[in-house]
Design a protein. Structure first.
Lengths: 129, 299
């Protein structure tokens, strides 16, 4: 069965969805990502969906689920590169992904995760002091 | 019966010299030329062409307007009435083109010796039916052309009233003007999202100074736009809510759960602040004072 590769990038995980998602692929990604967050002790998850042209309610819910799971495991989820048509579709489906952070492209998404990492590190430092 | 109709076709052909001037005269009397929208030459040319096509139709297709033989005549009528719809003729002025042909035609029929009075009466009836049908067809095309014009204008208005303005690097403004219905929200959303992609903007200011009323539906449309922009990674600020509208919204229980500012200026200020910029007053130095005095002298 196909799987979507998950790349480790410092303290963050990078997922690039390059193929059309089908339900089984989505469930597999959700499971893989969950275990990978724990293994890698990741603080941020970046999901690039710039190549994703078709979304349905299931994929929308998957994104929401991933965000919720990562939050429990203390990692931020940032979804980047959403196409305008996909955004409109998700809103019309009533899925505005309130729990997910968004950014226009990978660069800005990384900046968001870095900002969070640096603030949490400084907080740690403060705690140690 | 068919033979009689053929006789009429022949009569129309041979009496063109009397029918055409009579008909044009009647149209002039009805005021077709008064407004100067078409010239007499054009009118005569249109009338002559139609008369020829009508004769062909009568010769081949009898008095049934749905017969394919009348297709060229109908085509001409459609062309004429489309042109008149755009030139601003009234519906009755347009319909007169066909209906005023009756009198000269019947005059010709009654003057002829080739037909008995009974036959003339019968033919007059079927020709009336034929011309009525063609007249109605003219009106229908007229109406359709007007509707096309209206639809086109609506589309243009919708496009004109939803511009996306780049205020600063990474800051977009969307001045909304007019009522927000679902169709327009769709256009607004699409243009905004595309602009966010094109300009890599991180903040969009939706200014609703030009929106006359905000009801629950409008608010929902606004929220949809905000949610879609957020999915693209851009934050939205709503500005320009007028006092009365703010009151109505509170009375209706509409909640916008978005940052909202009273004026576009306030919204721009917060947008600049968020993108790490600030606006400061220029320091008045000696040189700028000099420039001022110089400018004053020029005036």
């Amino acid at each position: 069965m196909d799987r979507i590769p998950i790349l480790k990038f410092g303290n963050a995980l990078l997922v690039t969805i390059q193929v059309d998602m089908h339900d089984r692929l989505a469930t597999a990604l959700e499971e893989d990502l969950t275990s990978k967050i724990v293994d890698a002790n990741a603080k941020g998850v970046l999901i690039d969906i710039s190549a994703l042209e078709i979304v349905d309610s299931f994929i929308g819910r998957m994104l929401d689920n991933i965000a919720a799971v990562s939050r429990i495991l203390d990692a931020d989820t940032v979804v980047v590169g959403m196409r305008p048509a996909v955004a409109i579709t998700l809103v019309e489906l009533g899925l505005s992904l309130t729990g997910v952070k968004t950014a226009l492209n990978v660069e800005r998404g990384m900046a968001l995760i870095h900002a969070r990492l640096t603030t949490s590190e400084s907080e740690d430092d403060d705690a140690e002091e | 019966m068919a033979g009689n109709v053929a006789t009429v076709a022949e009569l129309v052909g041979s009496n063109e010299q009397t029918i055409l001037p009579d008909w044009v005269e009647l149209q002039k009397k009805a005021g077709t030329l008064q407004t100067g929208r078409i010239t007499e030459n054009e009118l005569v040319a249109q009338s002559r062409n139609f008369l020829h096509l009508l004769r062909d139709g009568l010769a081949k297709g009898g008095t049934d307007a749905s017969n394919p033989a009348y297709a060229p005549a109908k085509e001409l009528l459609a062309e004429v009435s489309r042109a008149r719809a755009i030139q601003g003729f009234s519906p009755s002025e347009t319909a007169t083109f066909v209906f005023s042909l009756k009198q000269p035609l019947f005059n010709t029929l009654t003057r002829t010796n080739a037909l008995s009075p009974a036959q003339v009466a019968e033919l007059a009836w079927s020709i009336t039916m034929l011309l009525d049908e063609l007249g109605l067809f003219t009106l229908e095309v007229f109406q359709k052309s007007r509707e096309e014009v209206i639809v086109r204008q609506q589309r243009e208005i919708a496009e004109l009233s939803t511009p996306v303005v780049k205020l600063w690097d990474g800051i977009l403004a969307l001045p909304m003007i007019g009522t927000l219905d679902s169709q327009r929200t769709q256009v607004v959303m699409e243009t905004l999202l595309q602009a966010i992609v094109d300009t890599e903007a991180s903040i969009a200011i939706i200014d609703i100074t030009g929106v006359p009323t905000v009801d629950t539906l409008t608010a929902q449309h606004l929220l949809k736009t905000v949610a879609a922009a957020r999915l693209m990674g851009a934050d939205c600020i709503i500005s320009g809510i007028r006092p009365q509208i703010a009151q109505t919204m509170v009375h209706l229980g509409v909640e916008l759960n978005v940052i909202s500012k009273a004026t576009l200026a306030d919204a721009l200020a917060i947008a600049l602040d968020r993108t790490g910029r600030m606006v400061t007053r220029k320091k008045t130095t000696a040189t700028s004072d000099q420039n001022k005095t110089l400018a004053g002298k020029d005036l």
